[in-house]
Design a protein around this ligand. Structure first.
Ligand SMILES: [Zn+2]
Length: 280
């Protein structure tokens, strides 16, 4: 194909940020840090390898996801505990914050709510930054490993992808069938996963996660949350998904309750202010 004469000039146009985020409501990280000092652990949930588990964190509580046995990636779903139609919106979170999340950034909820569900208050892998391949940690660019894509690409019937793990966990937690639970599962925050896009072909890539036992990602719950976390069958995601061949480790979710007095001055965010008249 022939390039136009001004191809170089067109490519040289400087990009502009789609959603300049200087006007996003700024989380009060100083308040969160002070509140966290008063918090005591009230619950923990162990997520077995190649399986998932649900947990709850009320508005104002903190929850922490930890690696403690070996390098392991986790796939996280969040819902409003009282209305499962309000759930984590990976695509909009990516548009607002970028491809990977770290301290001070937030997990935003679906339309018409579009409010912060959880704010990241600590990330022991924040030092990683963006590596020479364009890779970084905790992405909102992948979806979740699932048996449908495996079947499409390899004709497989594998049942312990994160999608299926999350479906079973939600079914068990809500006491509903797998068919009723499955539509609640959505695109995840890939906790500890190291990913990016190749510069030459723009393809989604993964590489061995830099996570080590003792590393954690901690969140402040902005609204009452139901969470589900899957310990990905890819383990550290250094080689492949959708099989039982990778070394796989458990993950730990801990929930912390702060002193209520320390939370005075904080209010749970309201749903989005758009009037929903859509021009009619
Ligand atoms: Zn997975």
């Amino acid at each position: 194909m022939q390039e136009p004469a001004d191809a170089a000039a067109r490519r040289a146009v400087e990009p502009v940020i789609c959603y300049p985020n200087e006007t996003l409501p700024v989380p009060d990280m100083v308040l969160y840090a002070a509140v966290r000092k008063t918090a005591k652990k009230i619950d923990e949930v162990l997520v077995a390898p190649r399986d998932a588990a649900c947990f709850r964190a009320a508005a104002g509580q903190f929850f922490r996801i930890s690696s403690f046995e070996g390098p392991q990636v986790g796939d996280l779903n969040l819902w409003n505990a009282h209305d499962l139609s309000e759930r984590f919106y990976s695509g909009k979170t990516r548009a607002l914050h970028g491809t990977h999340l770290t301290t001070g950034q937030r997990m935003w909820s679906s339309f018409p709510h579009l409010r912060p569900m959880a704010t990241i208050t600590a990330d022991t892998l924040e030092w990683y930054g963006i590596d020479a391949f364009g890779g970084s940690v905790h992405d909102v660019i992948g979806t979740r490993c699932d048996p449908y894509t495996g079947n499409l690409l390899a004709g497989s019937q594998y049942h312990h992808c994160c999608h299926s793990n999350l479906t079973r966990a939600v079914a068990d937690d809500l006491g509903v069938s797998l068919q009723q639970a499955e539509p609640h599962v959505h695109d995840v925050l890939n906790v500890f996963m190291c990913t990016g896009f190749t510069r030459d072909t723009g393809q989604y890539f993964m590489k061995a996660s830099p996570v080590r036992p003792g590393d954690y990602l901690e969140f402040f719950a902005e609204i009452d949350l139901l969470g589900a976390l899957s310990a990905c069958p890819g383990g550290d995601c250094s080689a492949e998904l959708s099989s039982d061949s990778a070394a796989c480790y458990p993950l730990l979710v801990e929930v912390f309750q702060p002193d209520v007095a320390a939370l005075s001055g904080w209010v749970s965010p309201s749903p989005n202010g758009y009037d929903r008249s859509h021009g009619r």
